[in-house]
Design a protein around this ligand. Structure first.
Ligand SMILES: Nc1ncnc2c1ncn2[C@@H]1O[C@H](COP(=O)(O)OP(=O)(O)OP(=O)(O)O)[C@@H](O)[C@H]1O
Ligand SMILES: [Mg+2]
Length: 363
């Protein structure tokens, strides 16, 4: 696959504020790539530079091999849906969508057919004649989405495209947008601060931290093998324990953590950094029952509280080291919340070596 978007050491400074700092990124043709990170980390700034709505302070942007660093938006084969998705308020839904087509020379019934198809794609069939002020926020957002896809550009840039939708509709649209991407076969570059959304929708996710790329990989890479505590903490939930290496060899590292000796599958950290802490996902641990055979690693502790979440039960356990661990267990059929250990009960947690993430010393 060839790269459709290439960013070469792109930076954006606003006076003393660093929005984006030396970002290198290649987006493959047809890929669904998501920029993920907390508020203010530079996601929108980066997207706006790709769209041509912001000029980089330094670096080069190429789209389909052409240097567009200084080119205005209309000279780029991209369509952008903004975070605030401004629709034209005095126009109907249909007009909002066909506007861009008319500028491209597609008019009359051809334009209307394309707009109707785009509306169907976002679940708003029959809304063509509606006025935009008669729509809910979520419907407006979907019109903006239809407007972004209708011209079928090479690249669609989406800044928080689902943020105005309620949880249920959002979940539905995540899947629909993903299907839309598969159907259209064009490149999607999306921005979100919602980690679940990024995991569900994307081929590849770029996690940003303070204007820079923290990690870049498939959803599974990022979740299963987060490179830093920042990524492990931002994507999913992670329990961190400070750790000291006791021995290393034969693919295993023996650590002292949580007042216990634990064995972890060794992975050479890329920079050869010494291990200073470990991470364990709440769902990769279990509360052992007496009858169960013991896993390689055990961590004794005391239940602080249990939190009923419907699908799962979260148990907060304090280890003898004083560190607290969250343990999530799916409540399967026959497993009753009331049978579970309660606050004050002693418990033993089990974790397998391959479920222990190794990190450098705490910052
Ligand atoms: N026009 C501007 N002038 C000055 N500073 C700006 C401007 N636009 C963005 N910034 C700053 O650049 C940084 C990155 O902003 P950006 O909008 O890219 O963040 P974001 O990751 O999209 O955040 P959010 O999730 O809140 O939308 C922030 O510190 C922001 O305050
Ligand atoms: Mg933003």
């Amino acid at each position: 696959m060839a790269a459709i978007i290439e960013l070469d050491s792109i930076s954006k400074h606003y006076g003393p504020v660093v929005g984006v700092n030396h970002v290198d990124l290649a987006v493959e043709d047809g890929e669904f790539l998501t920029l993920l990170g907390p508020s203010g980390c530079g996601k929108s700034t980066l997207l706006r530079m790709v769209g041509g709505f912001e000029v980089p302070s330094a670096g080069t942007i190429r789209i389909a091999g052409v240097d567009v660093t200084a080119a205005p938006p209309q000279q780029r084969d991209v369509n952008m849906m903004f975070q605030d998705y401004a629709l034209f308020p005095h126009m109907t839904v249909g007009k909002n969508i066909t506007y861009g087509l008319e500028r491209k020379g597609i008019k009359g019934t051809a334009a209307r057919d394309k707009a109707e198809a785009a509306l169907e794609l976002v679940g708003l069939s029959g809304m063509f004649e509606r006025h935009t002020h008669q729509l809910s926020g979520g419907q407006r957002q979907r019109v903006a989405l239809a407007r972004a896809v209708v011209r079928e550009p090479k690249v669609i840039l989406l800044d928080e495209p689902l943020s105005a939708l309620d949880a249920k509709l959002r979940e539905q649209m995540q899947v629909e947008l993903k299907h839309m991407h598969e159907k259209l076969g064009i490149t999607f570059l999306m921005v979100t601060h919602d980690q679940t959304e990024a995991l569900v929708m994307s081929d590849r996710v770029v996690v940003m931290e303070a204007g820079e790329i923290a990690q870049d990989g498939t959803p599974e890479d990022l979740y299963e093998r987060p490179a830093t505590p920042y990524v492990a903490n931002f994507i999913g939930t992670t329990n961190f324990l400070s750790a000291r290496v006791v021995a290393r060899g034969a693919g295993l590292v023996t650590l002292e953590a949580g007042n216990q000796e634990l064995k972890a599958t060794d992975v050479a950290t890329s920079d050869g950094q010494a291990i200073g802490q470990i991470g364990i996902r709440p769902e990769k641990m279990q509360i052992l029952k007496d009858t169960e055979c013991r896993p390689v690693n055990v961590l004794p502790g005391t239940v602080v509280e249990t939190i009923y979440q419907g699908l799962a039960l979260r148990t907060v356990v304090r280890l003898s080291s004083g560190e607290e661990m969250l343990v999530d267990e799916i409540l399967r059929q026959g497993m009753l919340h009331s049978d579970h250990p309660r606050a004050g009960d002693p418990v033993v947690l089990g974790v397998e070596p391959h479920n222990i993430l190794l990190f450098g010393a705490e910052r």
